[in-house]
Design a protein around this ligand. Structure first.
Ligand code: GPP
Ligand code: MG
Ligand code: MG
Ligand code: MG
Length: 345
């Protein structure tokens, strides 16, 4: 059956509905130019990704309903919540690309790289962020879980910005010191900058829609944070070893002196000479330095180390998922895991 395809088609269609509402928002007296700007900015930044996070709200909600059909309102609402997460992601990425000095995203120049955009992108980020409570107010303000939803988005945004802070200050220019790049430091950064908004948030949205109290799902949260950590390790691996054509972005982690999983693993395995090579070449924009770091990663067989990490994480996650008392919750977690296991982009 084409139910996956159908969900995605319905989901995409609802993007158009939400955009139309935002472009008619009575709280702002749009000029034709400002309306056109937002229209273009949304199309450029919101719908062009894999949509995994957004679709996971719908898929999770369906699984929590345990086979009972969704009403058309429930389908619309779960899609609208999914899009709120895609809006959040768009907001983060527009700003992250400025902070990371990136070039491409989703197969096109980063938004701020467009000559007509530049630092207007920072304000676009703020607008993207402000669209979320507007969508929530329009479609959820009569729901018993409305306050919980607002609180959830606020908490997760705070966690993500705090993780981004760690990512940025750990990388500080001028005091390049690789000795601080350890696995616990790494795990802390990625738990906050990626795992909460990418993994916990979609499932938490679905739980709230099904009438759940999030305080009762601490184990589920911990599993999702672990899954999000695994996802960011993949992101770091693909930054160096992925095909830019396929992943839609050109890696900048080596140039940016990032506390990437790869450099943490390289430091764990390097001898003194290799450590010196790393500290002389990591964090430089010179392509020759970048090439030397990549060659060292190959010498240290990091591709194999990653493959082992990937299967170990998978086994561990499946183990914790199967220890969950609820079959429906198990299905939600497994379906999320299977979307990302061995992903190439
Ligand atoms: C991913 O890091 C983390 C984010 C996109 C969160 C950004 C948070 C903000 C508050 C702006 P990354 O830089 O590795 O992602 P990518 O590889 O996609 O650039
Ligand atoms: Mg970043
Ligand atoms: Mg980035
Ligand atoms: Mg990355």
């Amino acid at each position: 059956m084409g139910s996956m395809v159908d969900t995605k088609a319905v989901f995409r269609q609802i993007y158009g509905d939400l955009k139309r509402e935002l472009l008619q928002d009575p709280a702002f007296d749009f000029t034709p130019e400002s309306r056109q700007w937002i229209d273009t900015m949304l199309d450029y930044n919101v719908p062009g990704g894999k949509l995994n996070r957004g679709l996971s709200v719908v898929d999770s909600f369906k699984l929590l309903k345990a086979g009972r059909d969704l009403t058309s309102d429930e389908l619309f609402q779960s899609c609208a919540l999914g899009w709120c997460i895609e809006w959040l992601q768009a907001y983060f990425l527009v700003l992250d690309d400025i902070m990371d000095n990136s070039h491409t995203r989703r197969g096109q120049p980063c938004w701020f790289r467009n000559p007509k955009v530049g630092l207007i992108a920072t304000n676009d980020g703020i607008i993207l962020r402000n669209h979320i409570p507007r969508i929530l107010k329009r479609h959820f303000n009569d729901k018993p879980y409305y306050v919980d939803l607002l609180d959830l988005f606020n908490e997760v945004e705070f966690q993500t910005a705090s993780g981004q802070l760690l990512d940025l200050i750990t990388t500080h220019e001028g005091e390049k010191d690789l000795s601080k790049y350890t696995l616990p430091v790494y795990r802390r950064i990625v738990q906050y900058k990626t795992a909460y908004y990418s993994f916990y948030l979609p499932v938490a949205c679905a739980l709230l829609m099904s009438g759940g109290n999030l305080d009762n799902f601490v184990d589920v949260k911990n599993i999702l944070v672990e899954m999000g950590t695994y996802f960011q390790v993949q992101d770091d691996f693909l930054d160096c070893f992925g095909d830019p054509e396929f992943i839609g972005k050109i890696g900048t982690d080596i140039e940016d002196f990032k506390c990437s999983w790869l450099v943490v693993k390289a430091l764990e395995r390097a001898n003194d000479a290799q450590k010196t090579l790393l500290s002389e070449n990591y964090g430089k924009t010179d392509p020759e330095c970048v090439a030397k770091v990549k060659a060292l990663y190959k010498d240290l067989s990091l591709e194999g180390v990653f493959a082992d990490y990937e299967s170990e994480s998978y086994e561990k996650l499946i183990g914790s998922i199967e220890a969950q008392p609820s079959k429906e919750v198990q299905e939600v977690l497994k379906s999320f895991l299977h979307k990302i296991y061995k992903r190439q982009k």
